[in-house]
Design a protein around this ligand. Structure first.
Ligand code: HEC
Length: 133
């Protein structure tokens, strides 16, 4: 999440260079367009998509583009944003099998195979491919 945290506040509730991201999925009607925004906001704004044009006016700064993010990576980021904003990560369960120092947290206890939240992930933890985000 370092890629986003330089401009978006980690608590998901305060505005920084970029707006607070908590609840963002509810503010975008079309999930596909939200993915497009995160991957390349400039292209979506240039296409004239109304929500993108509206959001582009929030700040005089432009958001970086992240053309290499895959859909599963963006879904993981959005799940993290929701979990963080809703306080779910305040009482995290330790990741099973992650090893000492693993700070990955399972945020969907009812779905043991779904690792959709992460805090400072370390090598060897489930889903470590997302460490670079
Ligand atoms: C260089 C600063 C910067 C970085 C880095 C950045 N953003 Fe942004 N982001 C912004 C700004 C500024 C806006 C508001 C749009 C505007 O004014 O052009 C924004 C808007 C958004 C929005 C729309 C918010 C809304 O209320 O609809 C989302 C979603 C978003 N960013 C997600 C991300 C994600 C996810 C990352 C990391 C992969 C990221 N941003 C990285 C600056 C940044």
């Amino acid at each position: 999440m370092g890629k986003c945290a330089s401009c978006h506040a980690g608590d998901m509730k305060s505005n920084s260079t970029g707006p607070a991201l908590g609840g963002v999925q509810g503010r975008w009607e079309d999930a596909g367009k939200l993915h497009e925004w995160i991957r390349n906001n400039q292209k979506l704004i240039a296409s004239g998509y109304p929500k993108a044009v509206e959001v582009s006016k929030i700040s005089a700064s432009a958001m970086t583009t992240f053309p290499d993010l895959t859909d599963p990576q963006i879904d993981a980021i959005l799940a993290y944003i929701d979990a963080k904003a809703s306080g779910k990560l305040d009482t995290p369960k330790e990741a099973a099998g992650g090893g000492a120092g693993c700070r990955w947290r399972r945020i969907e206890p009812e779905q043991p195979d779904v690792w959709s939240g992460f805090i400072d992930p370390c090598p060897g933890c489930p889903g470590a491919d997302l460490c670079k985000l």
